[in-house]
Design a protein around this ligand. Structure first.
Ligand code: GLC
Length: 755
């Protein structure tokens, strides 16, 4: 080694050490600053840091009224509040931040939070729709844009991603998640956290994310909102928790929100096992746990806390750091400490987490970092953002049926466009529409007009009566059929019909559970009359959940699942119907034949009597099939893909699986190649199939490609009843294909211990 290279080596080490030292120094400085602040804070100020209130202007839950509201405003005004939510707009944020920083005793900046669930100003498809794209880059980009827009309006913390795995289409909030599968859900959780938090959380255009709701909210009994959730540890660790683990371990999510429900009898907000033993203990989570809106005080209703003081005690003991809108920490924690009921160290730990989040966000360095009127003026609802929304909307559409290639539309036929939702500029915005302007989406009707399609529009029937709002119940038209006649006439006079049916945006989302999941109102009757008038009918379904489409599947030749696709919905749906875009979406949730099958999902355990080899005594219904209408991972294309050459090869750390995929159709298309495994025999019964890998690729007509996947201990192992991850050598089935019903399979014997 020459002297010069030796010198450079030493210099390099020196720089590295200095860098590490500088990092360590800055860590020490931060810790010292936080310690010094905590040492100075009174009990009231500590309790204040653990308090989060909503601006009364834009509530997202049952807001306290009267005197409590006045006290809340006074506390915000006095700056002893850690965070506020639902304050949007740089000037509104500036006013409150100025009070906290310049008028309160310690000048600790506040964090401004908002539900940026599927966009801030530019609405993207609802998360369940984005999940149908299976495109992790697009999903991350969607969150990135939402983060840029939200931070441009003064927000530094979003209550997203919602990562509740759910098998319950009756539950309104399935629209907000990534569907029924933990593997897909984990990948999407990571993508969305990375999109929100970016590379540098202290940058002015990145915001803290929230993994929610911890835990089990997606398993509410009967799909009824806020209901109890009872699950065994196998389901908890193998189905519900993986997206949370992934969001923390692989994307460093900075906050977690606990949930309204009881999990096995314990309200999550007071659940010490979930929050302290597991999340903060075993998983080492060093961020902030925020309660859900009022979930702290609701522990009284749950019969878990005696009164507000007891609720505050149980919440802080349980590990819930910040109290959203229960108004129990600020008034009750100081006296609980003074009376020796709880140790002040509990408050100090929670305060440390909150202050640490504020350091992460750069708010101590510059409390006004996210307050930039020029950004607010120039970064919202831009053409670039809308183009991104259109792209992911296109890829979120799922083609469910296309008999006789009725689709794509040729562009020469006359079309009858029917349905209230075809002309609806509000529903596509979805449920959590943040700062979107009402009725600002592109409707299907406008998409058709822009594409120059020759069509007549007939509403057929109203969907709702009056105007729906976030905080009010929606009234559905169940009697008025006054537009039926015109719709049937239009259908008769056209070459083809495109009928758009489904749910209003505010029929899914929080507080919107449905016991029946067919078309609401008089839509089913309209569909049958229109189809009768012209069987060349394309059904476009707009919904925030899987609906029971069984009649349509038995009769209508073409069906497209179009969810609530955001601002660019009309263009994206038109792009797919005209063939400008070849649909590539795959279902992130099983579609049932009837609501009686629910919960129905693909990764089920077998029963002891799976086969009908006896007339009565086997696992079945007497009045319904076992199979779903459309399975998880299903979706068609205007082309077709053929799978072959499924091969497996032993590697040091696992089994390599390769498969050849060929586009055997006459046009380019994208396919989501899915890999499923089945552990034939294990110490617990294992699912018939589990998604353990997927890759989305585009192939030209006639083009083929060979894809490889790796199956390691991580994919072949599972969590046992004690919550320990185990791998048991044995025989596994491997399935590869374009849905969870994939037929191509191979058996592998994994007897070597994977380390
Ligand atoms: C709501 C939701 C939660 C949301 C919070 C603040 O009730 O449950 O997901 O983030 O309140 O709006």
């Amino acid at each position: 080694m020459t002297m010069k290279s030796f010198f450079l080596l030493v210099l390099g080490f020196g720089v590295l050490l200095a860098g590490a030292h500088a990092n360590e120094q800055s860590e020490l400085t931060r810790r010292a600053k936080i310690d010094a602040l905590i040492a100075e804070m009174t009990l009231e100020e500590k309790a204040g840091q653990l308090t989060q209130f909503s601006d009364p202007g834009d509530i997202t839950g049952p807001a306290p009224s009267g005197s409590r509201d006045k006290k809340k405003r006074k506390l915000i005004k006095s700056g002893v509040v850690g965070s506020v939510l639902n304050v949007v707009g740089v000037e509104n944020v500036r006013v409150l931040q100025k009070i906290a920083v310049e008028e309160s005793r310690l000048g600790i900046p506040m964090v401004f939070a908002y539900d940026v669930i599927h966009g801030q100003k530019t609405m993207f498809p609802i998360p369940l729709a984005e999940a149908a794209s299976w495109d992790l880059d697009l999903i991350e980009h969607s969150a990135r844009i939402a983060s840029i827009e939200a931070s441009a309006q003064g927000i530094n913390w979003t209550f997203a991603p919602m990562i509740d795995v759910s098998r319950e289409p009756r539950w309104g909030r399935v629209m907000e998640g990534a569907g029924e599968d933990p593997f897909l859900g984990a990948e999407i959780a990571v993508a969305r956290v990375r999109g929100f938090q970016g590379e540098d959380l202290s940058a002015h255009d990145t915001i803290a994310s929230t993994l929610k709701h911890f835990a089990g909210y997606g398993f509410v009994e009967s799909g009824k909102e806020y209901n109890r959730a009872d699950v065994g540890t196998i389901t908890l660790h193998n189905i519900i928790l993986p997206p949370f683990r992934a969001g923390l371990e692989r994307a460093n999510a900075r906050t977690v929100m606990n949930s309204f429900n009881t999990l096995n009898g314990v309200p999550a907000t007071g659940d010490r096992y979930l929050q302290r033993d597991l999340l903060k203990g075993e998983w080492g989570f060093d961020g902030v746990i925020v309660s859900d809106w009022g979930s702290g005080i609701e522990m009284i209703e749950h019969g878990f806390a005696e009164d507000e003081r007891d609720a505050a005690r149980l919440a802080i003991l349980g590990g819930s750091d910040m109290d959203m809108e229960s108004f129990i920490y600020a008034p009750k924690l100081p006296s609980l400490v003074r009376d020796g009921v709880i140790n002040e160290a509990l408050l100090d730990d929670a305060v440390r987490r909150v202050l640490n989040l504020k350091f992460d966000l750069g708010l101590f360095e510059d409390p006004y970092r996210y307050i930039d009127a020029v950004r607010e003026e120039t970064q919202l609802f831009t053409a670039e953002h809308r183009a991104a929304a259109r792209k992911i909307a296109q890829d979120s559409v799922v083609l469910l049926k296309n008999e006789g290639s009725l689709l794509p539309l040729s562009g020469t036929e006359s079309i009858a466009l029917i349905g209230a939702l075809a002309d609806d500029k509000d529903t596509p915005l979805g449920n959590w529409r943040a700062r979107a302007v009402r009725n600002s989406a592109i409707s299907v009707r406008e998409g058709f007009e822009a594409a120059g399609i020759d069509f007549d529009f007939e509403r057929g029937a109203r969907l709702e009566i009056g105007e729906a709002t976030f905080g009010s119940e929606i009234a559905i038209n169940v009697t008025d059929k006054s537009g039926f006649e015109e719709a049937v006439t239009a259908a008769k006079n056209a070459d083809k019909v495109v009928i758009v049916l489904g749910e209003d945006a505010l029929q899914s989302g929080e507080g919107r559970s449905r016991a029946e999941i067919g078309f609401p109102g008089v839509q089913q009757e309209l569909l049958e009359l229109v189809y009768d008038a012209n069987p060349n009918t394309v059904l476009v379904v707009m919904s925030g959940r899987p609906l029971t489409l069984t009649w349509a599947d038995e009769n209508v030749p073409a069906i497209v699942q179009a969810w609530h696709l955001g601002h660019e919905a009309g263009h994206a749906i038109t792009d797919v119907l005209t063939g400008a875009v070849n649909p590539s979406g795959k279902l992130p949730m099983t579609f049932p034949r009837s609501v009686g099958q629910v919960p129905i999902y693909y990764n089920f355990l077998n029963t002891g009597r799976p086969d009908p080899n006896q007339p009565v005594f086997w696992a079945h219904y007497t009045d319904e099939e076992n199979a779903p209408l459309y399975p998880f991972g299903y979706g068609l294309s205007y082309t077709a893909f053929k799978y072959s050459n499924l091969r497996t090869r032993k590697r040091d750390d696992g089994v390599e699986v390769s498969v050849r995929v060929k586009n055997v159709g006459d046009r380019a298309g994208a396919e989501v190649v899915q890999l499923y495994v089945h552990d034939q025999v294990a110490s617990i019964s294992r699912p018939e199939r589990e998604l353990k890998g997927f890759q989305k690729l585009t192939l030209d007509a006639g083009e083929s490609s060979t894809l490889t996947f790796m199956l390691t201990k991580k994919e072949l192992g599972f969590y046992n009843a004690r919550g320990d991850f185990v791998f048991e050598p044995g025989v596994f089935d491997v399935f590869v294909g374009g849905s969870s019903a994939a037929k191509l399979n191979k058996e592998i014997r994994v007897h070597f211990a994977l380390d």
